[in-house]
Design a protein around this ligand. Structure first.
Ligand SMILES: [Zn+2]
Ligand SMILES: [Zn+2]
Length: 137
């Protein structure tokens, strides 16, 4: 996982504006280890950034995704989750009790060969494992 400073530098290099609000959102994302929802990020920084609206937080998150600084994953928990781990492909474990999302290292690439299919090319894959996490069991 990259550091907050590295992500901020990355945003700057990609031509993105580095505003205090963006930095606050990036810090909140990197301060969370559990693939937070956008609403959780908003709730977390609402007190320290009173002028920041929920809508703006959503916009910042989508901007960060567009810049490739984060990815957004839908692992079937009802809300899109923010994933700051973008340097390597990995799979996810979802706790069916607390909806916690944990990274699982992918040991070998298993994307099926594209030419095996008539419908088109496969560029990526998502694997979601479900179970009960340590703190819930
Ligand atoms: Zn759990
Ligand atoms: Zn992840």
């Amino acid at each position: 996982m990259l550091s907050v400073a590295e992500i901020v530098e990355d945003v700057r290099e990609r031509g993105g504006r580095v505003t205090p609000q963006r930095v606050a959102v990036i810090e909140a994302i990197y301060g969370s280890t559990n693939h937070p929802t956008v609403d959780e990020i908003f709730d977390h920084i609402a007190d320290s950034q009173p002028s920041l609206s929920r809508k703006t937080v959503y916009q910042i998150v989508y901007d960060l995704e567009e810049m490739g600084a984060i990815s957004l994953v839908d692992v079937g928990t009802g809300q899109v989750r923010i994933d700051p781990t973008i340097e390597h492909e990995h799979d996810h474990f979802v706790c069916t009790e607390c909806k916690g999302v944990f990274d699982i290292e992918r040991t070998k690439p298993t994307v099926p060969q594209a030419q095996a299919f008539d419908f088109g090319n496969i560029n990526s894959m998502d694997v979601v494992y479900r179970g009960v996490c340590k703190s819930c069991s």
